[in-house]
Design a protein around this ligand. Sequence first.
Ligand code: WTA
Length: 651
Amino acid sequence: MAEAAIDVYENEDRTFPPSAEFVAAANAGDRSMYDEADADYEAFWARQARELLTWDTPFTQTLDWQLPYAKWFEDGKLNVSANCLDRHVEAGRGDKVAFYWEGEPGDKVVLTYSQLLTEVKKFANVLKEIGVKKGDRVAIYMPMILELPIAMLACTRIGAAHSVIFGGFSADAIADRCIDAEAKLIVTADAGYRRGSPALLKPTVDTALETGAPSVENVVVVNRCNTEPEMVEGRDHWWHELMAGASVECPAEPMEAEHLLYLLYTSGTTAKPKGIMHTTGGYLTQVAFTHKYVFDLKPDTDIYWCAADIGWVTGHSYIVYGPLTNGCTSVMYEGTPDTPGKNRLWDIIERYKVTQLYTAPTAIRMFMKWGVEEPQKHDLSSLRVLGTVGEPINPEAWMWYHEHIGGSARPIVDTWWQTETGANMITPLPGVTTTKPGSATHPIPGVFAELVDDDGNVVEEGGGYLTITKPWPSMLRGIWGDEARYFETYWSTYEGRYFAGDGAKLDKDGYLWLLGRVDDVMNVSGHRISTTEVESALVDHEAVAEAAVVGAKDELTGQAIIGYVILRGTHSASDELGSEIREHVGVKLGKIARPKTVIIVPDLPKTRSGKIMRRLLRDVADGRQLGDTTTLADPGVVAEIAERAGAGDED
Ligand code: WTA
């Protein structure tokens, strides 16, 4: 089996059953849903779709599966914004708080469901007025402010697909995504607060539009930080000016269940990010289902907080669509967890009496480093369920989360899923599953996973590749503009199975342990970054002739990006050049993709057929004993690289 990014936790045998008290009050307190779904998973999902959502036209067909194309609830019609907003307001819950929003500088907004609905209707009218129609794509490049979910929901109201671009991405990344999606409009803000000062966004959009994306006709700008950006006459419009004249009447348009809801670009194994397509009915069903049962959500009393960024799929599904469909009250926070102090999260939890916290292992490891004094300053007793997502969680981080945030009593849900899966796939249910620190445990009811070996044989115990064996409602419907790549990437490796790209282990008790990516995708602080993408940004620098990128183990970020580069003839190696090359990647792709280290090397280890041997470079980066080098064209190269990298090859 290809080498996965992290080690197997061979000796982890601690178990944590749910408490009797939790089970007694849980949304799911026994195995009945698993039994129901095992007996007939289509009927199970149909029941969830009917119970959790409101349909304008009820569906009569549950699933049409022509591998690799799934259609769920195809003849039904519904509107996402109506499910998230109108129906709660119509049921008399309009005064319920949808979001307690907190800006990084400490400014606060309390937004009720009826206020949110009004804003969404107004912005939907703004969209219509500037020519956005059903089926168009709208790019959104924003900080974590309330206008972001408002813009997303307004798109869904009129059937335009949004394509949210993470606010940390570069101008090139914006241009590429807008070109690929043929976006008509970009919604942005002048800036957002980041560690105490405005991080500018609008100038980045301007640069993106200078270089390309001719389909973009208009830019709508929220004034968040008063940074007075340049406004291009005829193209750029202030959000507040357009909203001032917008009507509050805007009926939600019923959409076909398979209508495109959004695109979200994610890194794959090539240099070009993939526009993952999610559609309306199936996506909303699974997102609402998992949000309700994985987080044991009690909409009348809970204050739920997913501390992710809406720029990633976690924010789409578990800040916007899941919580609003279920009519719950959420906290939304703009800034970083260390501003103004390292207790920011715990302070927010105490003040709002947060009941569910959903965060990432990389954040937990950072909190561990900051010390238990920070959470200990605060009363965290309101918490009921703790969630984690984005990368494998190491047992130490799991135990710290359990003890110091969960008071050794709250269930932890380690949720494995992907941009492509749309919603949680493998996770404990807090009132049912006995957990083990570091294991995501089992697939949810209605999802079926198996491990296979290199030849595609099913693995009953031990290591293998994670595959999903049946379609699921929130699965991706394709890659925007690239049908062949959809089949090729996910459905061609193992016949009849969805290949996730992750390695995993099944232990003797049937628990799943996710081990990280087995392809050329790195996971840095829970963010997916393709080695190829970083390599092309490196060779884009004029001094670089060739580059190879690997993810090395990193205690804090899970993996760290290490770039090995060969210089062009006229350039000579220096620390300055190394950091200049590193910065260049930051400019090309965004800061999150900037290598931690750039190592200038005389040559790269290649097989006789000319393929770069990343495994060896990973060994060098991790300081591990070097693996088999006999297939190398020039075995001497590795020793020389190891020396330059300052990594020993003995231990
Ligand atoms: C990894 C994030 C182990 C995995 C929702 C997957 C995880 C990739 C977990 C998807 C977890 C996510 N345990 N690994 N609980 N959650 N991953 O698309 O490698 O940003 O393939 O979606 O993150 O990352 P993506």
